[in-house]
Design a binder for this molecule. Structure first.
Ligand code: FES
Ligand SMILES: [Fe+2]
Length: 341
């Protein structure tokens, strides 16, 4: 797919060709080339008491997994029985082994096959294939991530990011609310809008009064980027960490708002908003005070772009070298992944 080339020099580069967003085939290709290799967000480690089922990108990858705690160790396992394929654990529960409700196959908390009734005499059984597949699992700032087949170690992805426990981001976070927004736009349009503060003065009048546009800063790393907004007094009002391709960690004085962008179709995405509060007394401070209004403002522009890029007169644009480094970096990663054999 040599079609996808974004010049590393932002001054020379053109944005992604519009057919990346409009072509059904490219949407399907992005599922395997980008999302099947990505790390997926699985909430807080301290939310896992014993067994907790989850789905990696529901409605898109739809991979059923099971988080399983054995003492201090958490594993992420396939939640599909290795006998005939039933989902093993349907809702969070406490248990010291995993037992399939269909024919009674049992597994240890680390996924090892334990026993199976009525299988005496079965040749070459059990083998490793009868264990539950264990997925790579990573923890960062108390958040969990799993991957089917990762493009890089999670530690490598977050290694360059600034520490988030200093000026922002309390260590003890509690999930306070979980919301989903349905956006009538391609997942990448939603992400690339998030990745620049260029539009703040035009689109977010309220936010623009809190964040100082002049000092707004973007740093890019191999697979991640960070935008920092300061208030007029020079304090950090919000720090926006993006992990390619679809995870957003927004650190505010009161805690962290996590957004997961889930592709649904070429023209539809769901954005999860998970609010983790560390310091109740600071709620309402900084740039994260009115996330709902800001979200609706973003959705309106992103949905407008979704309509615009279908035009036969539009194929791609150019970048502002001072204001669109995050978007350029994101497009370069998409082009890189789409070109993979
Ligand atoms: S499907 Fe699980 S024991 Fe048969
Ligand atoms: Fe915005």
């Amino acid at each position: 797919m040599q079609h996808f080339i974004v010049d590393p020099d932002i001054r020379k580069a053109k944005t992604l060709p519009s057919d990346f967003y409009t072509d059904e085939q490219f949407f399907e290709v992005s599922k395997e080339k980008i999302f099947a290799r990505a790390w997926h967000f699985l909430g807080r480690a301290d939310e896992i008491e014993s067994l907790k089922p989850a789905t990696l990108l529901p409605g898109f990858l739809d991979e059923p997994v099971l988080l399983s705690r054995d003492g201090a160790t958490i594993s992420c396992l396939s939640n599909v029985c290795t006998h005939r394929g039933k989902i093993l654990v349907e809702e969070a529960c406490k248990a010291n082994l995993i037992r399939c409700g269909y024919h009674g196959r049992r597994f240890a908390l680390d996924g090892k096959f334990l026993s199976m009734p009525e299988f005496d005499g079965v040749v070459d059984f059990p083998t490793e294939r009868d264990d539950l597949k264990k997925l790579p699992l990573a923890e960062w700032n108390g958040f969990l991530f799993a991957s089917l087949e990762s493009f890089a170690e999670f530690g490598e992805i977050v290694a360059d990011l600034p520490a988030t426990d200093g000026d922002l981001g309390p260590a003890v976070l509690k999930l306070r609310s979980a919301k989903e927004y349905e956006v009538q736009a391609h997942w990448a349009l939603y992400c690339e809008n998030y990745l620049e503060g260029f539009h703040i003065p035009f689109v977010h009048k309220g936010l623009n009064e809190i964040v100082d546009y002049g000092t707004y800063a973007t740093e890019t790393f191999r697979y991640s980027s960070v935008q920092t907004g300061f208030d007029d007094a020079g304090n950090v009002a919000g720090r926006y960490v993006f992990i390619f391709p679809n995870l957003m960690f927004n650190f505010y004085p009161w805690g962290v708002s996590v957004n997961v962008v889930r592709p649904v179709s070429r023209t539809k995405s769901v954005v999860e908003f998970l609010t983790y509060v560390g310091d109740e007394s600071k709620l309402g401070e900084g740039a994260g005070a009115d996330l709902h209004s800001v979200e609706l403002e973003d959705e309106a522009v992103v949905e407008s772009v979704q309509k615009g890029i279908r035009s036969r007169f539009y194929s791609h644009g150019r970048y502002s070298p001072t204001r669109e480094q995050g978007t350029h970096h994101f497009h370069r990663l998409i082009a890189e992944f789409m070109r993979l054999a």
